[in-house]
Design a protein around this ligand. Structure first.
Ligand code: DQA
Length: 150
C-alpha cells in the first residue's frame, strides 16, 4: 500500500434511485440500491478512492450536497434522476463545481421518452456516462480516477 490517503468522492443520487432493485427492473435492473452502494465502494477502493454514496428525493438537499462538494473540492458522480431534465437550481449548483463532476444514468435517456432527451446538467459536467446500468457508475469512477491522476 502507498502512504497516500484515498481521495474522497461523492456519488449523489436523485429521486427514486433509492428504490433500485424494485423500481421498473426491466429499465433499471435488479441490483438493489444497497448493491449499488457496495459496488461503488468496492470499485472505488480498488481505484484508491474513498466513495460515499448518498440518495435523496429532495431537490434542496441535492443542491446543498453540491455546495458541500464545491466547498471541499470533492469530485462527484451524479445521477440526478428526473432532476436531470428540469432542475435549473441543481444545474446552477453543479456549475459551481471545483473538481470533476461526471453525470451518470443507468438507462440511456436518449433511447427513451422525448422529455428525457434533454439534460440541464450535461453542459456543466466534465462528461456523461449512460446506458450501462450499474456499470455507468463504475465507468464514471474509473474516469474520475484517471482525471485525478492527470
Ligand atoms: C435516470 C434516467 C432519468 O430519466 C430518470 O428520471 C431516472 C433515472 C437513469 O439513471 O437512467 O430517475 O437518471
Amino acid at each position: 500500500m502507498s502512504g497516500r490517503a484515498a481521495r474522497k468522492v461523492l456519488v449523489l443520487n436523485g429521486p427514486n434511485l433509492g428504490r433500485l432493485g424494485s423500481r421498473e427492473p426491466d429499465v433499471y435492473g435488479t441490483t438493489s440500491y444497497e448493491g449499488l452502494v457496495g459496488r461503488c465502494a468496492e470499485v472505488g477502493a480498488a481505484l484508491g478512492l474513498e466513495v460515499e454514496v448518498r440518495e435523496t428525493n429532495d431537490e434542496g438537499e441535492m443542491i446543498r450536497w453540491l455546495h458541500e462538494a464545491a466547498d471541499h473540492t470533492l469530485p462527484v458522480v451524479l445521477n440526478p434522476g428526473a432532476f436531470t431534465h428540469y432542475s435549473y437550481g441543481m444545474r446552477d449548483a453543479a456549475a459551481q463545481r471545483t473538481a470533476p463532476l461526471i453525470e451518470v444514468h443507468l438507462s440511456n435517456p436518449h433511447r427513451r421518452e422525448e422529455f428525457r432527451h434533454n439534460s440541464v446538467v450535461a453542459a456543466v459536467a466534465s462528461g456523461t456516462v449512460a446506458g450501462f446500468g450499474i456499470g455507468s457508475y463504475t465507468l464514471a469512477l474509473r474516469a474520475l480516477a484517471e482525471q485525478l491522476t492527470d
